[in-house]
Structure formats: C-alpha cells, structure tokens
Design a binder for this molecule. Structure first.
Ligand SMILES: O=C(O)[C@H](O)[C@@H](O)[C@H](O)[C@H](O)COP(=O)(O)O
Length: 275
C-alpha cells in the first residue's frame, strides 16, 4: 500500500514499500496526467531525465497502460541529455528508446531528441528553438506568469548530491534565469558535456515528479524535502518549487528513511496519507 503525505505548500510525498509498488503508482500517475492533458489540450507534453527512473517507467509498457495510454498524443522531450551520439550507451535518448519508445506506439515525429552532431552549446540552442516552436503551436502549453514552456509533466531523478536533470550543486547553470535550455561541459557525473532545462522551465511545469530510491539518497532527500531552517544547504532538488504546478516526490522507504516524521505515516483510503 503506497503511503503519501500532502504537504501544504503544493508538494506531495508518496512513499512506497517496494519498487514494484512505486513503479505501478508512478505509471498510474503518468497515465492519469496523460489522459487529463489529452482531454484538455489534445496533447501530452512530457520531459524526462535519465538514470534509474527510466527503469521504473518501463511499467508503462505493461497492461493496462500499453493499451490505455493515447501514445500518439505524447510529445516526448528530455529534461537533460548527455551530448553524445544517440546510439551511445550514455545517451538518455537511447535509454528511453530501449526501455519505452520501442515498446509502445509513440509517433517518431513526436520524439524530440537533441542534435547529437554539434557542440553542447549549439545543441542547447537548437533544443530551445525546438521547444519554442512547440510552445508556439501550443503542443507545449505556456506558463502565463513568465511565458516559459509549461510541460504537462517533467519527470526527474535525483543524484546523491541532490542534483536534478543536469543542474548540479553550486553550478552556475542554477543561476540561469533567461535561457530555457543551457549546457554544461564539466558535469561532476560523467559524461561531462550535457544540455539541461533551466530551473525556470522546470518550475513552470504543470506537474513535476521526482523519483528517488535507495538509502544512499536518504540524506539528500531529507535536505531537499524537509523544513530544515536557514542553515539548510540549498540542493538543486530543493530549488524545484513549481510556480503554479504541483511537485510530487515518489520515494521508496529507504530513500525516505531520514525524512522528518517519516515513521509517522498511516494510510487512509486509497493509500493517501492523512497528516
Ligand atoms: O542524465 C542524468 O544523469 C540524469 O538526468 C540525472 O539527473 C539522473 O536523473 C540522476 O543522476 C539520478 O540518476 P540515478 O537515479 O540513476 O541515480
């Protein structure tokens, strides 16, 4: 039974007993968002990160999701991507292609990967142009407050250091407020060259889901989620605070083990936790 705790400032915490429960809950969440977006806008604009979250997304290849999700309405982007060939083992495009895109009927023309033949700087520039085109046609919605793209869902993992997408602690990319897509050439997590959404784009999304599993990330999850006071190190994951949208954390019990009050959960109704 998934446990979840609604936090009053627009954030929700869902803690799961095991990976199968987490992957099922995540798939249900994504399928629900897809259905709502297609109904409302005729499209579902999703941006995904790389890492272990994609192994959990594989659940969407199974029944009922593989048949019930309107895959042809999906427009797929990457919240960050390594600047390597799309066939390279480090490519987030290859990761999603191998785990999802070859297994469900998405439309190839709706899969928007980076240009892997240019520099990181050029790839970021071109990717932003592609996103701008899709905002203009409203395939991607727009955030009325700041004219940023308003993705229906941005799906992120989190590193042990609290990085999200390719926004790493104390990196200048965190300060980028104008560009929608920027690039780095010194990623502490290899490979070094990456493009990444900037925080304004991430925080303009309708929904942001951050998926964190494993005890090695428990401290970062605590620092990212709990109210720690003014001396709290500001991890990139803590800077994910959607302006109008909703942030949902999907954690397993190991990753949640250092959260304040994590032991105080009790389930009520459909697995939602009543504080
Ligand atoms: O391209 C990347 O490296 C990812 O986008 C990165 O942000 C990833 O999501 C985290 O590092 C978590 O990765 P794991 O879940 O595999 O630890």
């Amino acid at each position: 039974m998934a446990l979840s705790r609604d936090k009053k400032d627009g954030r929700e915490l869902r803690i799961h007993e095991n990976m199968d429960e987490l992957s099922t809950n995540l798939a249900e969440y994504i399928a629900e968002l897809s259905e709502a977006s297609v109904k409302e806008r005729g499209a579902f604009a999703i941006a995904l990160s790389g890492g272990s979250v994609i192994s959990l997304v594989r659940k969407l290849c199974e029944a009922p999701f593989n048949k019930t999700v309107e895959w042809a309405k999906w427009h797929i982007f990457w919240a960050d991507e390594r600047v390597v060939a799309k066939s390279h083992v480090d490519s987030n495009y290859k990761l999603l292609k191998d785990n999802l895109l070859t297994k469900v009927p998405t439309v190839p023309g709706h899969v928007h990967s980076i240009n892997d033949t240019v520099t990181a700087e050029q790839a970021a520039e071109e990717y932003e142009f592609v996103i701008r085109q899709h905002v203009r046609t409203r395939v991607i919605d727009v955030c009325e407050i700041n004219d940023c793209p308003k993705f229906d869902l941005i799906l992120l993992g989190m590193g042990h250091d609290g990085h999200i997408a390719s926004l790493f602690p104390n990196h200048s990319a965190l300060d980028e407020k104008e560009l929608w897509v920027t690039f780095i050439t010194d990623s502490p997590k290899p490979p070094p060259e990456r493009i990444t959404f900037t925080l304004p784009v991430i925080n303009s999304a309708s929904k942001v889901a951050v998926v964190v599993t494993g005890g090695s990330k428990a401290e970062a999850a605590h620092l990212a989620i709990d109210d720690i006071g003014p001396d709290c190190p500001v991890l990139p994951a803590r800077m994910v605070r959607p302006t109008e949208g909703v942030l949902v954390w999907f954690l397993d019990q190991a990753a949640a083990s250092k959260l304040d009050g994590a032991i105080g959960f009790s389930t009520c109704g459909s697995g939602s936790l009543c504080m």
